[in-house]
Design a protein around this ligand. Structure first.
Ligand SMILES: O=C(O)c1ccc(O)c(O)c1
Ligand SMILES: [Mg+2]
Length: 620
């Protein structure tokens, strides 16, 4: 796949945009006219910069409001276009994008549009240029790629072709099968974007909420597969208008953009039943362990929480100051080594989660896929007799280990031979239900793509949760059998719990860990008796759920006594309670699911309110 990106996607001065695109591995860049106009360099110098970076100028855009105009606008548009051809000569591209006419003055006269496009083709040919005609979803008379194609086909001029843009097609639910009618020699260029499902007018949706393929809700792989079936082998170019991307780092967006196209290319060939270009998406089978970095002092605090939650310190690492805590299938590891990655993590963030180990079926293939997606491998010195676990760089400098699921028992036995206490025989907590990570809102889509492209995991719709101090956005990534689930949280509100976490923690990371039980009441009672600092829920909540769900008084009493939150949907029931946070950073949740697949979003606001009441005033 020949990969290109529109300059409008990236933040900063044009020179930086070009540098970022080249570094990330793009072959070309579409130059947006506004980027050119605002640049300190002239078009020739920009072309030279692009050549030096090994980038092709894939298109110049946009040109607006030409076909079907009355006079005198018509002649003026043609004269304007001739001026653009001179700029294109300097830039070194022969292709200009013509948007379908949005002007109220545009005439609904098909023959006139055909004549205009034909004459434009002649003019372009004389200048050695080509016109790519794109139907904008809000075009006045042409707003559907099928109509744009029928004009291009009937104009039948070698210098007039079609530009497809997945946004305009998919925002209008135009079936991708219609692409099969397009002749590949007349398809000059393809632009790609994904988007979240929203109900708003197409123009605002397009200009503010486009996202990278794989970050939204649309079948972009099917769209690309349909294009490839026509025989098209030209550029695939990202064109993402997004307010957050404009405010973020160009280098990160370029890396993510390139990753999204690699992912998309592989998905598209799979849609067509052709040879995949990447190893399969990684099948994660379990959250095998969570590693906490902690000073001796904070290790003691974590240990108290773990004990109160029913965990047992079962073994010590054979050479390091690392303890394995266990309950059911859950493994927590506390690492207090005075050097190495965990120590560095602890120095930066304080006691917190420094690594997560996911069980995978084939770590080598997983690492190969990660590499192809430009995901950084984690490397640290490993002693000759130490178990070398593959890993990639995760959120906030943490590590995501990829543990060979078939060998995990052997790994634990070999690495942790020094037996400590015996684990109880009837664990109340059985497995890790989900891990909640909090990040800057500007990083949210980047991490969503990271999980979604590397792992065989799907994403849920994004939810907005009311924190007493501002909105929190939350979205889950999870595998099909739900053995691995992450919830991602971000916020723009300065004082929301998410934002306070990021400030307090100096970056993104694990904010809470949810543990599954088969008996929430027993788990709550046991934790209370063991002195786990619990998050207390106010009395009004219980009045509300009694009324909302018509709960039995006895059940209600048990929920109230355990500070347990309750939810119910068409499928089933959900029970959850929370600990307070260790060192104001990470907290724990215990959940019981009865045929329930979500995360109790309705209760999140209640939990956030309860947590906000423990908030320290900002001046402290
Ligand atoms: O929003 C716009 O005007 C606009 C401009 C150029 C494009 O390629 C496009 O898809 C949209
Ligand atoms: Mg476009």
């Amino acid at each position: 796949m020949k990969t290109s990106i529109a300059s409008v996607c990236l933040s900063g001065p044009l020179a930086d945009k070009l540098q970022s695109a080249a570094n990330a591995g793009f072959g070309g860049v579409e130059i947006f006219e506004n980027d050119l106009i605002g640049a300190p360099q002239d078009a020739k110098a920009i072309a030279q910069m692009m050549r030096d970076l090994g980038l092709e100028c894939t298109m110049f855009q946009p040109f607006r409001d030409l076909e079907g105009m009355p006079e005198p606008q018509r002649s003026a548009a043609f004269a304007r276009m001739e001026r653009k051809f001179e700029i294109m000569d300097a830039l070194g591209t022969d292709l200009v994008l013509l948007c379908s006419n949005c002007s109220p003055a545009a005439l609904p006269d098909r023959q006139r549009m055909l004549d205009d496009l034909g004459e434009l083709g002649e003019l372009a040919a004389r200048h050695g240029k080509r016109i790519g005609y794109e139907a904008l979803a809000w075009g006045r008379h042409v707003n559907d790629h099928r109509d744009a194609w029928s004009l291009v086909r009937d104009v039948d001029h070698p210098s007039v072709g079609l530009v497809l843009d997945s946004f305009h097609s998919l925002a209008r639910d135009i079936p991708s099968s219609s692409i099969g009618d397009i002749r590949s020699d007349k398809l000059f260029f393809v632009q790609l974007a994904d988007a979240p499902r929203l109900s708003m007018d197409a123009l605002s949706w397009s200009r503010h909420f486009r996202v990278l393929p794989g970050q939204g809700d649309w079948p972009v792989a099917e769209y690309v597969a349909a294009i490839q079936r026509t025989g098209y082998d030209g550029w695939f170019s990202l064109e993402i208008f997004n307010d957050q991307f404009r405010a973020g780092a160009a280098s990160q967006l370029a890396v993510d953009g390139h990753r999204s196209l690699r992912f998309l290319e592989d998905e598209a060939v799979r849609v067509s039943g052709r040879q995949p270009v990447l190893p399969d998406r990684v099948a994660a089978t379990s959250t095998e362990f969570i590693e906490f970095a902690a000073s001796d002092e904070e290790a003691e605090e974590f240990a108290q929480y773990f004990r109160a939650l029913g965990f047992t310190p079962v073994a010590k690492h054979r050479s390091k100051d690392v303890t394995r805590w266990k309950q059911g299938e859950i493994n927590f590891v506390i690492n207090s080594e005075p050097d190495g990655h965990a120590h560095s993590h602890e120095v930066v963030h304080g006691g917190s989660v420094c690594a997560i180990g996911l069980g995978v079926t084939d770590p080598d293939a997983a690492m190969e896929r990660a590499k192809a997606l430009g995901i950084q491998r984690f490397e640290q010195a490993v002693a000759p007799d130490e178990w070398d676990i593959a890993g990639v760089r995760g959120m906030g400098g943490s590590v995501l280990y990829l543990v060979d699921a078939a060998k995990s028992e052997a790994m634990w036995a070999e690495e942790f031979p020094h037996q400590q206490e015996e684990e109880g025989t009837a664990p109340l907590l059985t497995r890790i239900d989900h891990v909640a990570q909090t990040m800057q809102q500007g990083e949210f889509l980047s991490w969503l793509l990271f999980y979604h492209s590397l792992f065989d995991m799907d994403t849920t719709a994004q939810l907005e949760i009311a924190d007493p101090m501002g909105l929190i956005y939350s979205q889950a990534v999870q595998n099909a059998d739900r053995s691995v689930r992450f919830t991602l949280n971000g916020s723009l509100a300065h004082q929301s719990l998410s934002s306070r976490f990021i400030r307090n923690y100096f970056g993104a990371g694990v904010q809470h860990i949810a543990l599954a039980t088969d008996d929430i009441f027993k788990a709550a009672q046991s934790a209370t008796e063991a002195g786990l600092p619990l998050l207390e829920i106010g009395p009004n909540y219980y009045d509300d759920i009694e009324a909302r769900f018509g709960l039995e008084p006895k059940l209600l009493e048990r929920l109230r006594a355990g500070n347990i939150l309750y939810d119910r949907d068409e499928q089933g029931e959900y029970f959850q309670f929370y600990s307070r946070a260790v060192a104001k950073r990470v907290f724990f949740e215990v959940v019981q699911r009865r045929d329930y697949d979500a995360f109790g979003a309705a209760n999140a606001a209640i939990r956030l309110s309860a947590q906000a009441s423990h908030r320290e005033p900002e001046w402290m």
